[in-house]
Design a protein around this ligand. Structure first.
Ligand SMILES: [Zn+2]
Length: 159
């Protein structure tokens, strides 16, 4: 999927947007960029539905910002380490990935060509939403990260 440069008229957007006029607009944006689920955001800030969040995010290019914020995304997986849903290998992969990503969200392991940004760009809106919601990554994504993981010959934890 290619991101289409969809021209949004900022003035027109602002006039109709519930988030632009929201007193906690900046908090909403921060939560979105930190991979908080749009459903949870809508609920927390009393927005009618998550489409408001998507529209605002689209108009202000927050999707791009969120994609680059891979560290926050990985942090969400690592945070889930105590939950039953996150498997040990997913957590280990996330921690290792986190260690190799710089502030710009670039993969800094020279021996690996795979760029996490590209993996995120390949995710559909639905997959991204599932990820934001509970840290679920699609199988192909896990396989890509797993492939990277096997290059790292660090004592592999047993599952
Ligand atoms: Zn807005």
């Amino acid at each position: 999927m290619k991101a289409q440069p969809n021209p949004v008229n900022p003035g027109r957007h602002r006039r109709y947007c519930k988030i632009c006029g929201h007193p906690l607009c900046k908090d909403i944006e921060r939560d979105f960029v930190n991979w908080k689920s749009p459903i949870a955001i809508a609920k927390e800030y009393g927005l009618a539905d998550r489409m408001n969040v998507y529209r605002h995010a689209h108009a202000l290019n927050l999707f791009e910002k969120r994609r680059k914020n891979i560290r926050a995304a990985l942090d969400r997986i690592i945070e889930k380490a105590g939950d039953v849903e996150a498997t040990a290998s997913a957590v280990v992969a996330a921690i290792q990935a986190c260690a190799k990503i710089n502030k710009e969200g670039q993969w800094i392991d020279r021996s690996e060509q795979t760029n996490m940004n590209l993996l995120f760009e390949r995710m559909t809106e639905l997959e991204l939403e599932a990820y934001a919601k509970d840290g679920t990554v699609p199988d192909w994504f896990r396989q890509s990260v797993g492939a990277i993981d096997s290059h790292v010959q660090k004592g592999k934890d047993n599952e």
